[in-house]
Write a protein that binds this ligand. Structure first.
Ligand code: GLN
Length: 477
């Protein structure tokens, strides 16, 4: 069966609402696209039983003339670090094998309340630690444009799934770039909301001070609609913030005329692949032509962001991963005789290399002798960065740069050198540390591989960012 492209999400839901499309057929289409393209290793598990049942219920309700929601019958795929019913939740880690969710993630609950249907769980770097999905304890996802290359990470399975037409949208998490980077490497749209805009209740925590939930889609309008359904305060996540009163749906086109866009100087220099630079320069020229006012902006602390992230993130990871003791969730080592032995062996056998590396770095930077030298100093620089971003947004409406310095790299190319892998995140981590919203949209190709353009907005200016991103998407064609 050929894999069909999906209509815009709003059109699919309208079709289901008026009875011209059947939710059951949409679920079948998604599952067939998943089954037929398993070679890409994008999906860890499908949830056919629950999905078909939900689809049948929706079709019955439509037949009775009932309201079925704004996302009625729209299939979607969740990264496997979301608690979802109908399959295990593993975060692609061996230590969570066999774990089933006791409750639903709030984001999933909200989407399902509007009629969306989760059909599968997508692959990721275990616990979302990584930039390529090669840290998954199960398998490496392949890039839809070239199966010898990575799809980016850590939400690589979600991005690949969308570009392989397995579903109209997928969910990811972005702690240091994990939605935007795979979007950039696969040609998808990846949206990281302002920190706190979407509840993290029911998400396997990575680094709690930067973790956010967001959509991967083919268009900005689809991303905005999904965000609109998920956004807002949640009593189960005390870090959540109020949603914009106007919501996030893009029903009116905006243009870039008169908008002030700051090109981040630090992102356009050393280390940027020439082919990526060409595409970004071309996008800038087109934005200028369309009437945007483009200026250069320099943020001197920006080059320190990656180092700050790789101190703070492991510190939080080491704390968040301490709950996996082999007793409460998933995997338990079989041969242990005492509780202590069981904890030690379960963690030694259950965690992969990258999780262990982060636990070691994290506990080191938090240890009493080194706390001031590393953790505290990193927090100080983080504050500086937050201030520099705030100052930049006094001068410009949006910041612009590439999402990644390179196009998708070859599978295996960076696995032996963790530092090289960490450098992939050099253009994404800063907005996680500051909490600003950011998006990656496709901006042409270099050597046949997608290039991502990153736009960053002021705190809580998610709607405005989505508007300018949609306008830019139109200009770039
Ligand atoms: N690649 C980054 C890391 O490995 C970001 C991960 C993420 O955003 N989940 O930490």
């Amino acid at each position: 069966m050929p894999v069909l492209a999906w209509q815009p999400i709003a059109a699919i839901a309208r079709g289901v609402q008026d009875g011209s499309l059947k939710a059951a057929d949409l679920v079948a289409q998604a599952l067939a696209a998943i089954d037929g393209q398993s070679d890409f290793a994008a999906i860890i598990a499908t949830t056919p039983g629950r999905a078909s049942q939900r689809a049948a219920e929706i079709d019955v309700r439509v037949a009775k003339g009932e309201q079925v929601g704004r996302l009625a019958g729209v299939p979607f795929i969740a990264k496997d670090n979301f608690l979802v019913f109908g399959a295990e939740t593993t975060a692609a880690s061996n230590i969570l094998r066999g774990f089933t969710a006791p409750y639903l993630a709030t984001a999933i609950e909200k989407l399902e309340a509007e009629g969306a249907i989760c059909v599968a769980k997508a692959n990721l770097d275990a616990f979302a630690h990584g930039s390529s999905t090669e840290n998954s304890d199960f398998m490496t996802t392949k890039n839809p444009h070239d199966p010898t290359r990575v799809p980016g990470g850590s939400s690589g399975g979600s991005a690949a799934a969308v570009m392989l037409n397995m579903a109209p949208f997928a969910l990811g998490t972005d702690t240091g770039g994990s939605i935007r980077l795979p979007a950039s490497f696969t040609g998808a749209v990846g949206y990281k909301p302002t920190y706190g805009l979407v509840s993290r209740s029911g998400i396997v925590a990575m680094a709690s001070s930067t973790d956010v939930v967001g959509p991967l889609t083919r268009t900005v309008a689809d991303a905005a609609l999904v965000l609109d359904v998920m956004a807002g305060q949640d009593s189960l996540d005390s870090t959540t913030i109020a949603r914009d009163a106007e919501g996030y749906v893009l029903d009116e086109a905006t243009d870039v005329r008169g908008k002030k866009i700051g090109v981040v100087a630090e992102y356009m220099g050393e280390g940027l692949q020439p082919g990526v630079k060409t595409q970004i320069d071309e996008a800038i020229a087109k934005l200028k032509q369309a009437g945007a006012e483009v200026i250069d902006v320099s943020m001197p602390t920006l080059p320190l962001a990656l180092a700050v992230y790789y101190v703070l993130c492991p510190a939080e990871v080491s704390s968040n991963l301490s709950r996996y003791d082999g007793q409460r969730y998933g995997f338990t080592a079989k041969e242990a005789k005492t509780l202590d032995e069981s904890i030690k062996q379960s963690r030694s056998q259950g965690f992969g290399k990258e999780a262990k590396r982060r636990i070691m770095i994290g506990t080191y930077v938090l240890s009493s002798g080194y706390y001031d030298a590393y953790y505290k100093r990193a927090q100080t620089v983080r504050t500086k960065l937050i201030n520099e971003f705030a100052e930049a947004f006094e001068k410009v409406d949006f910041l612009l740069g590439p999402t990644s310095p390179t196009v998708a790299f070859k599978i295996g190319e960076n696995t032996s050198d963790p530092l090289q892998m960490y450098l992939t995140d050099i253009m994404t981590v800063a907005s996680n540390l500051t909490g600003n919203p950011a998006i990656s949209i496709p901006a042409g190709t270099s050597e046949g591989l997608p290039v991502g353009l990153q736009l960053i907005g002021a705190q809580k200016a998610d709607k405005q960012l989505l508007q300018i991103a949609q306008a830019t998407e139109g200009i770039l064609g």
